[in-house]
Design a protein around this ligand. Sequence first.
Ligand code: PLP
Length: 376
Amino acid sequence: MTPKIARFLAEQQPATPCLVLDVDRVERNFAALRNALPLAQIYYAVKANPAHPILERLVRLGSRFDAASFEEIEACLAAGAVASAISYGNTIKKVSAIRNAYAAGVAMFAFDSREELEKLARHAPGSRVYCRIRVENHGADWPLSRKFGTSIESARELMLLAGELGLDPYGLSFHVGSQQTTTASYEVAIGQVAMLFTDLRDRGVKVRMVNLGGGFPTRYRDEVPGIDAFGNAIMRAMTEHFGNDLPEMVIEPGRFVVADAGVVCAEVVLVSRRERDDPVRWVYLDIGRFGGLAETEGESIRYRITTPHDGGETGPVAIAGPTCDGADIMYERSNYRLPMALSCGDRVELLSTGAYVTTYASQRFNGFAPLAEHYI
Ligand SMILES: *Cc1c(COP(=O)(O)O)cnc(C)c1O
């Protein structure tokens, strides 16, 4: 937690649950990333947190933007971004959204199928397009599954087709999975993309760009390698495979830019035991899976939690949300321990919750209001 957030929480005692996010920390993370990969253009993945103060700050820092819908494109434009700095990175786009993005002057579009490519050729003629390749997501705590990307072989065909359809076959992309904890995942993916890149060049297709996606991890409960380790591994692999003829490099970080800038403040609603002598206490907070903590699904993302009793004796707990849904359990198997002194009414903090929390909050399930947000 940054000193600014600690002061805000102590002085304002905001109603819970709420997210407090220090925008200066976003700036620091952006600078660290730029420093680790100075040759890459940074396209902030808006979905991680689309709040206006964040987008505005990033515009001022010279960030570009990776948007997944026309609504996200509008949010970037409203924050002062120019359309030529926005990439439409979702491989699944409504025709109306493609038309709107094209009319607005959006710089480039992602695709991973012939069908989507044909939509782009018709509704965004002549645009720069890039093909997303499916790569292994090993080492990612929040993998992106088989929903996106195509094989190398099919990407080759589609890139050739893109040119025939009058589009500009601009680049290749991949995403190694979110909260990716290994640098090797990028190195392997770069090797695969580089082979296709060369192959396409040999066939006369002028590919110019490699988009390395996001995935850069933030520190939650467990340690992760620092951003410089990712920067070094990526540059080593790029140089190994492309020599001194490096293509334009694009990265699309989301989580790394905003996660550790935010803290969720919550209230303990109940501490109870299922049976009188059960060693495990159930801690119910006023935020849960439906209040924005969707990434606790499968206990994938394990947030650090601080309490007013830290330092005192602890015991095992299960941690759940306040709704009447049985799926509203955050942690039951991840060996969380919290102080024995914890009780109803205590305020606790969930750290590094600036990414993928506010936008995942449901609309008034059980009557609970969506998460309040404070950008400071
Ligand atoms: C979600 C997403 C990102 C951001 O991923 P992080 O793991 O948050 O860095 C980048 N690119 C695409 C295409 C995405 O879908």
